[in-house]
Write a protein that binds this ligand. Structure first.
Ligand SMILES: [Zn+2]
Length: 445
């Protein structure tokens, strides 16, 4: 990047209204200029004959716009008689006109001559002024462009990261609730154990009398196996122990003798808790789902961690860019597209004879979004980077970009970012400058 003696901004003398595109282009231009270059700015007003070589309305419009810029960044753009010049090319057009076709009277020729002299004098003074001042390096302006491009290239990616993080968190919450349902189900199923009783007979040393009445028996036998009687009042020992000498009945009972029987063995009960096979298979299935869900959760947690690391790194660099842009550029943000009324005017560009051009409208909407992202990103602030110089900030950005290119990391987003093949090699900001300037040029003409 070399150095320049002067930056000459040429504008028509009579721009009485602050048109949207005029504002857009001026803001966009000053967004990229390093504030040290501002001292070398020269304004050249054209079509000066229309205002008899006096300042036209454009100067008021510019002053109002520069007031807005001062409010935003605190930078005062010099605009006084010493750096403004008035010219008109009507004399040149006169020279080029075939004299046999047009006739000019004496007063007209005098006016052309007058206009030529004034314009020539203005150009001379402009060159004098430009060569008098010390040339300003354009290095910082180039570096600011690197930072702006970084913001522009990564703003949408950061927004996508934000929504991806949100989606991941929603997915993780869902899985966590599935996990807790599964765990509760497994616990519940595991409680569904059946009590299985096995009775093993044991020969007694001498026969005893027992009572078979259900009130005295502790267990009964049917086709499905041994079962325990529900607890009864006044129950006592296991069968077949006698509770008193005279009757084999439990204490408090005295059943008829037909229930009584002599036996030489007793049954020793063994209790066992067992899960029915269908419950066991349900538990097995649930545990499988539990494992799968836990794996998926771990995967998502890892994804979230990685995304957060990438996001932190990007946000750190965004904060660094913002700090440098605030420190060095004349205009922080161009919000022309974000003003609802202005945007309606801008949208008129997409209409020809009242017929909308859908592709153009979509492009304008996309541009508006990129300015919204820019605005949001400019809010990102970091505290710890105030010691950095612009050079250091630019090297950090370049390092990051080349590291990323080497790892081709984050490529999935880059690929999906811009589906508009017509402009794939231009960033939205470059695009906006190009489109904006074209449009502004045609508007101002
Ligand atoms: Zn009994």
């Amino acid at each position: 990047m070399g150095s320049l003696n002067a930056v000459v901004i040429a504008l028509p003398t009579n721009q009485s209204k602050l048109t949207v595109w005029f504002r857009f282009c001026i803001m966009e231009l000053f967004k990229y200029l390093d504030r040290e270059v501002i001292q070398n700015i020269i304004f050249l007003f054209t079509k000066a004959q229309a205002t008899s070589f006096r300042m036209g309305d454009t100067i008021h419009v510019l002053k109002r716009l520069f007031g807005e810029i001062k409010d935003q960044s605190g930078i005062e753009i010099p605009l006084s008689e010493s750096n403004t010049f008035l010219i008109d090319n009507e004399a040149y057009r006169y020279l080029m006109t075939p004299k046999e076709m047009f006739h000019f009277d004496e007063s007209e020729v005098k006016q052309f001559k007058d206009s030529w002299n004034k314009s020539a004098q203005a150009c001379q003074k402009l060159v004098e002024l430009a060569s008098r001042g010390s040339p300003k390096s354009f290095e910082k302006t180039g570096q600011l462009e690197v930072l702006r491009s970084f913001l522009d290239n990564h703003s949408e990616e950061l927004m996508n990261m934000e929504s991806e993080l949100e989606q991941t968190s929603v997915k993780m919450d869902k899985i966590r609730s599935v996990l807790s349902t599964l765990t509760a189900q497994i616990n519940h199923l595991e409680e569904m154990k059946e009590e299985v009783i096995t009775l093993s007979p044991e020969i007694l040393s001498s026969p005893v009398e027992v009572c078979q009445h259900p009130e005295c028996a502790d267990y009964f036998l049917n086709r499905t196996g041994y079962h325990k009687f529900p607890p009864k009042p006044a129950r006592s020992a296991y069968i077949p122990f006698q509770s008193n000498k005279n009757s084999p009945c439990k204490s408090g009972y005295n059943h008829e003798s037909k229930y009584h029987q002599r036996t030489i063995f007793q049954c020793i009960p063994k209790f066992e808790q067992r899960l029915p096979p269908e419950i066991l298979s349900q538990i097995h299935d649930n545990k499988r789902s539990l494992d799968l869900s836990q794996d998926r959760l771990a995967e998502l947690e890892m994804q979230e961690r990685n995304l957060k690391i990438q996001q932190r790194e990007l946000l750190r660099l965004v904060a660094i860019c913002n700090q440098q842009i605030r420190k060095h550029s004349v205009v922080h943000r161009n919000e022309t597209f974000l003003d609802e009324n202005d945007f309606q005017v801008i949208q008129q560009q997409a209409f020809t004879d009242g017929i909308p051009n859908e592709a153009k409208l979509r492009k304008l909407e996309a541009l508006k979004r990129s300015y919204e992202y820019e605005k949001n990103l400019m809010k990102v602030q970091g505290r710890a980077y105030s010691h950095l110089t612009l050079n250091e900030a630019v090297s950090l950005i370049s390092e990051f970009e080349s590291k990323r290119q080497a790892h081709n990391f984050g490529s999935s987003w880059d690929n999906s970012r811009d589906m508009d093949s017509e402009f794939t090699n231009e960033s939205p900001i470059q695009r906006s400058v190009i489109n904006g300037s074209r449009a502004a040029f045609s508007t101002m003409r």
